[in-house]
Design a protein around this ligand. Sequence first.
Ligand code: AMP
Length: 455
Amino acid sequence: MENKPSILTQRYEIGRLLGQGTFAKVYYARNIITNQSVAIKLIDKEKVLRVGLMDQIKREISVMRLVRHPYILQLFEVLATKSKIYYVMEYAKGGELFDMVSKGKLKEDVARKYFQQLINAVDFCHSRGVYHRDIKPENLLLDENKNLKVSDFGLSALAESKRHDGLLHTTCGTPAYVAPEVINRKGYDGAKADIWSCGVVLFVLLAGYLPFHDSNLMELYRKIGKAEFKCPNWFPSEVRRLLSKILDPNPNTRISMAKIKDSSWFRKRLKSKQKITETEDKDGDSPDTDASGPCSTSSIEAEQELVQLSNLNAFDIISLSAGFDLSGLFEDNSRKRESRFASRQPASVIVSKLVEIAKRLRLNAKKEDGGFLKFEGAKEGRKGILSIDAEIFELAKSFYMVEMRKSNGDTLEYQKILKEDIRPGLQDIVWVWQDEQEQQPQQLQQQQQIQEQES
Ligand code: AMP
């Protein structure tokens, strides 16, 4: 019996099952108002709680909102009930990339196009401090124009736990895409591990089979550990050279993203007219005959523009969001308004700055456990002593969110010093402030209206 609602928040009509993972089922859905197709991932909270990953999920949902990119599956919104979390995502109509490969190896140009899209997407995420750590066929989807959509970015912890959980181990399948240092559980650099997996993907696209395979798991590990693979004779020498640098078992000497992007094979001009994106469908070309598009210079420029845009829109992350204000999703929605900002400065710099401002305002600063700071006035105000809490969350490597709220005292007094002293004083370290808008009451109602048909 399927445990899914047929309508979600009176907005999404849920349809057929698209796929299934350990914690989640993915359904096709249609936005009733806009008619837009979406995919809804339904995650079982209880399972996630059982393996102790709820905090991680909350944080990573926020991170997923950071990585908006043409080749990364977009997360539109997150909804939750007592027992389920729903990710409303872009629908990848073209299915899995590897369904294409299962019909036979791809032509060089086509393989290059997908590799370029993959590298651009993954590199973009790395620039945001987000590592995938689980790049594998199921996570490489295609949209209706046969462009890549990498999914599950930011959900790597979930994937990790699949591997760590003995029970789930077998369902996770072959570690064929995993870098040797990840298998050895030595502690690893997420960027280098992702690069390795991209190399395995490239090999599979061009060969139609895996570089490392063996029915004996230990033997497979040994081959991966030694990077023992053989390129088929149809691989061009430029590809062989590139692969040998990517599939280097030593992460310290493994090629970097920048060097991959600079390699002659990667940069090779595509044969067609290089008119930006979406030409394939309009021209009626299938990806097998034309690899034009997204990796042309113009689209790389477009991508850079997107990077900029995502800077500007960084408070999509917060203000939109259900996704960021997770208190609204997982607890009750009646929290008072907080002020939040994002910062790319180290935590120590954020703390020093806050303490410096507190001193200037003659507030006593107290550091407490768990990235928590408390500032208190020395004398009574109209409504007692003013007290401000600041909490620092690390959302990703080198990316912090600071949440400040008044815990005691007069609201007007607090708002005044926030506006006149604290905000201007923090300007050097703030990447972006949260939009001041209150969360829409409507949105809260919608969350409460989620219908569930538990069975
Ligand atoms: P996941 O749990 O994310 O690995 O998803 C399981 C499977 O569901 C994937 O391998 C895809 O076949 C399918 N799937 C996941 N997300 C989407 C999506 N946004 N659009 C279409 N199919 C999807």
